[in-house]
Write a protein of this length. Structure first.
Length: 174
């Protein structure tokens, strides 16, 4: 790589930013070369525990951003029009068998699992009927499933929609 070095040069300038009427001092970074920016960003990511992984579907490298093991990247695969992690779970898309990605490998699993234990607990405490509980479980399953391939949804709505009260509200309809 031409011009690549492991000692990227940057200048950090304290800057005042107004946020919700409050003044905040932030650090603004300036780079004279694009490569310095990339190298700095990359090492920041590494130092925060993110690491590089090679996606088994598209063979591209991606930055793993959660503590969970993601075997496949979340980038929309141009060939299939859905993210690689979704491609991997649906062998009918590629017609070739991929190593199966476990449910717990998903970054959205933690929240799903938390809701699932609450639903089970509420059921055993008799707070909600068997029927409502199984419907609530179906609802969280659907939302979890959607978060696997709809990344806009995953980023912007998933957490909100996984609100337990809302789930029960939905489960008790009809
Ligand atoms: Zn990929």
């Amino acid at each position: 790589m031409d011009g690549f070095n492991l000692k990227p040069i940057q200048s950090a300038v304290p800057t005042i930013k107004i946020e919700n009427g409050k003044y905040k001092i932030i650090r603004r970074m300036y780079f004279s070369r694009m490569m310095d920016f990339f190298v700095t960003e990359f090492f920041e990511a590494l130092s925060q525990g993110h690491y590089i992984w090679k996606c088994g579907v598209c063979n591209k490298y991606f930055l793993m951003t959660t503590a969970h093991k993601q075997l496949y990247c979340s980038t929309v695969n141009k060939e299939y029009g859905v993210p690689c992690s979704y491609v991997a779970k649906h062998p009918e898309i590629t017609k070739r068998k991929m190593k199966k990605q476990k449910k717990s490998d998903s970054p959205y699993y933690v929240l799903w699992n938390r809701r699932y234990s609450s639903i089970r607990q509420n059921k055993s405490l008799g707070k909600y009927s068997k029927a409502v509980s199984s419907k609530a479980k179906k609802i969280i399953d659907m939302k979890f499933e959607r978060a696997q391939f709809d990344f806009d949804y995953a980023e912007n709505n998933y957490e909100d929609e996984m609100n337990l009260e809302k789930i029960y509200e939905e489960a008790m309809k009809e």
